[in-house]
Design a protein around this ligand. Structure first.
Ligand SMILES: [Zn+2]
Length: 418
């Protein structure tokens, strides 16, 4: 799929910078595309078209036969599709097929398979009765939009984000990114403002899906958190703070998204089961039994076992300094044993209540150089930082995004077209 003119896919940043600068000038002058004026596309009526959404149990041959194709034609079409479009089966509830006829009673002259909003495969019959296949990539009309919200009393970030008009998928991505920098339990208060710059993809004037998150801002208690998406010279995509420091950290403070902290890290607390005071060397997150537990960072399993306190637990080593521990699991993920290398976010086990535990939760520890640290406050190392040249490009690019944000924050109904 080709995303033309997408600034972050363009290798030559100078081109992108110039392009965006020109666009911004246009924005300032005339480009007030309110979504109310989106063009709608209407097709000519000199052909008859029926559209079938592939249902479970449907096969290509069944659908073609229903439309009046002979067995020989069905075989021909299946062969062309396999050889030229690499399509051997249809996906139920996702693929669509259009059958085009000259009029309602005429035989089908064209079959269009639509496996994604951005790809179509047209199958037509030539004068010799040979079926031909043509693939069409549809270029999305990508619009960069800006949404800002505010946390209200008793609010969650998800509620506030939804109210600001940020789609769920984008919100989940933003939460994931912010969780590297913020503790949603402690850093979020009523009155805080946040904003997201992201892409929406349109076709024929209608929104089809969301694109990428380009920039985030959150006025957290511990300071304003800013993140910008940026592609380095060698093609690595990451998020960076306003100074170009890597915002994606090698470890996550909260492995399970949006889980409530039920017990914080402390050097002294009364143990809920044992009754006497003892340090709580991790953070407890409430989650139901069976909730997948993702690895907080890439690493290697160095311990997997059971003890009376932790119940089923796994310990990961991430690098020379950092280890993490996950306790009270109901079970381990398949294939995750001592020595297994895991990726950040990979499921290593499932929430449970084994060991000394009053109910299903994840007990999570971060151990730095052999000492337990508070996952919510420890300064975490970035996965990657920018080299000198990339950093210079980043800072220029960031200024342009900031300009765009400034324009859009004054005119939230506008969008920037790249
Ligand atoms: Zn605990």
């Amino acid at each position: 799929m080709k995303k033309a003119k997408n600034i972050l896919d363009v290798n030559n940043i100078a081109k992108a910078v110039l392009g965006l600068a020109v666009v911004l000038v246009l924005v300032a002058l005339v480009l007030v595309f309110s979504r109310h004026f989106g063009t709608s596309f209407s097709e000519s009526d000199d052909e008859y078209k029926s559209i079938v959404v592939v249902a479970s149990g449907d096969t290509l041959s069944k659908l073609l036969t229903e439309q009046g194709f002979s067995n020989a034609q069905v075989l021909d079409i299946a062969k062309v599709l396999k050889n030229e479009a690499d399509i051997t089966s249809l996906r139920a509830n996702s693929d669509k097929i259009e059958f085009v006829r000259a009029d309602e009673k005429a035989p089908v002259s064209k079959v269009v398979i639509v496996p994604s909003p951005w790809r179509q495969i047209e199958i037509t019959c030539d004068a010799d009765g040979q079926w031909q296949c043509q693939q069409i990539d549809i270029k999305p009309d990508t619009r960069v939009v800006y949404r800002q919200g505010e946390i209200l009393d008793g609010d969650s970030f998800y509620l506030a984000g939804g109210r600001a008009g940020i789609p769920d998928g984008i919100l989940a991505e933003v939460y994931d990114l912010l969780a590297f920098e913020m503790d949603f339990e402690r850093d979020v208060r009523a009155g805080q403002k946040f904003s997201v710059l992201y892409e929406e993809n349109f076709a024929d004037g209608k929104k089809v899906d969301n694109g990428r998150v380009l920039a985030i801002q959150f006025e957290a208690l511990r300071g304003n958190v800013k993140m910008y998406r940026f592609k380095t010279d060698d093609g690595k995509v990451g998020y960076y703070d306003e100074n170009g420091n890597g915002a994606i950290k090698s470890l996550k403070r909260t492995p399970i998204n949006n889980a409530k902290v039920t017990s914080s890290f402390s050097n002294r607390r009364k143990h809920p089961v044992l009754g006497y005071t003892r340090a709580h060397k991790g953070v407890d997150f409430r989650a139901s039994t069976g909730t997948p537990i993702p690895a907080a960072g890439a690493g290697r399993v160095v311990a997997r076992g059971y003890n009376s306190g932790h119940g089923n637990y796994i310990k990961l080593r991430h690098n020379a300094s950092y280890e993490t521990l996950y306790a009270h699991m109901s079970r381990f993920a398949k294939g995750v044993v001592v020595g297994t290398t895991v990726k950040q976010g990979q499921t290593i086990g499932y929430v449970g209540s084994t060991g000394l535990s009053t109910g299903p939760h994840l007990h999570y520890e971060i151990i730095k150089d052999g000492k337990h640290v508070n996952p919510m406050t420890v300064k975490l190392p970035a996965i990657s930082n920018l080299g000198k040249k990339d950093k210079e490009r980043f800072l220029e690019y960031r200024k342009i995004l900031d300009d765009g944000i400034e324009h859009l924050s004054e005119h939230p109904e506008w969008f920037i077209q790249l």
